[in-house]
Design a protein around this ligand. Sequence first.
Ligand code: ADP
Ligand code: ASP
Ligand code: MG
Length: 417
Amino acid sequence: MGRLVMKFGGTSVANIERIQNVARHVKREVDAGHEVAVVVSAMSGKTNELVAWCTEASPLHDAREYDAVVASGEQVTSGLLAIALQSLGIQARSWQGWQIPILTSDAHASARIVGIDGSEIIKRFSERKEVAVIAGFQGIHAETGRITTLGRGGSDTSAVAIAAALKADRCDIYTDVDGVYTTDPRVVPKAKRLDKVSFEEMLELASLGAKVLQVRSVELGMVHNMPIFVRSSFDKPEDIDPHGTPPGTLISSEENSMENHVVTGIAFSKDEAQISVRRIEDKPGVAASIFGPLADANINVDMIVQNVSEDGKTTDLTFTVPAADFARAKQTITSAQDKIGYARFDSETDVAKVSVIGSGMRSHAGVAAQAFAALAARNINIRAITTSEIKFSVLIDAAYTELAVRTLHTLYGLDQV
Ligand code: ADP
Ligand code: ASP
Ligand code: MG
């Protein structure tokens, strides 16, 4: 007997029929003798609708009220799944974040979990054989008593945090794909499922754009050494062999299974904006005068390229910020033009960042150079480059994203994994 957390994303609970399918998956694990806590997302599209309603009510709305609104999607699915489980004869009870409680920071709309009291749920496992059906994405800020949410995709993080708090054996993430692929399988049909991925690589994949898991959930998995298994909710529960190994991807502290591959996967993100500050004075302190105010405004700067000055007097500085922060970044820099001392502000929002990830890069030279040549052969211009130990990223025109991802996927032999 073991203890499991099973998380089901939006498409997996999109309607009553799918919720009943989820209930049969949960029953399968209960019948196999496991203690089960389930974490659910809102029905697919629901959170987008709720977010849009807040914006329609007022573009600049109170984040506390935004959280009160958007947390409601998960409340509905947790109750519905508890009903569906009860109708299958399974003892089940729904839990909202505040009822457990799942305590978070007060950073509304992107709160961080600071503590979870799993004692009542564990007590009910043993005393009542009860399944806990927990609303993902939401928590409560203890001091103010207000409902909080964990940022988009946050149910993954709820699930891993709950798994750690309940000391579960594993956290199963059921979604609309049957695992983590070498790249988004909806963009590259040749993408291959990976059997195993290390936390370290998954952290890079997720933070560089592979939205199959929220970044924070992988961080928590790593910190608590909680194995995460990504699998499909679309498999029929009746067809799953209780003693077999289902298709899926295990994310754990183990190295991945592709020992002969330098590259594990490719991620991409179109949520970037490029800014160039032209003809700034080439003297000490200039970078600080630009990046200091951006940091104060809580804007994350990612790729940075500074040209070597031709005349020894002025230079250009190019960098990227999240597209969502572009307007604020522009305002921050243009309003400080006199202080910084530059001639021109240029920007491009139609850009994408394509990243290649693999822990094998540590021991192999020239991996990035191959990519630059392959992209050049396709006439794809590189606007900026960053590298680190196990990944590198290039910034390109957004229109070439799919072509670049497919080119690199083939280049690194991932079509034939
Ligand atoms: P859920 O609603 O279950 O949380 P998401 O839509 O958040 O599901 O995440 C699953 C989606 O992530 C897939 O449908 C797929 O398009 C996308 N995705 C992006 N990169 C990858 C990848 N490397 N492997 C698998 N899926 C990926
Ligand atoms: N429902 C939330 C969202 O769409 C959380 C989640 O699905 O993980 O972002
Ligand atoms: Mg998700």
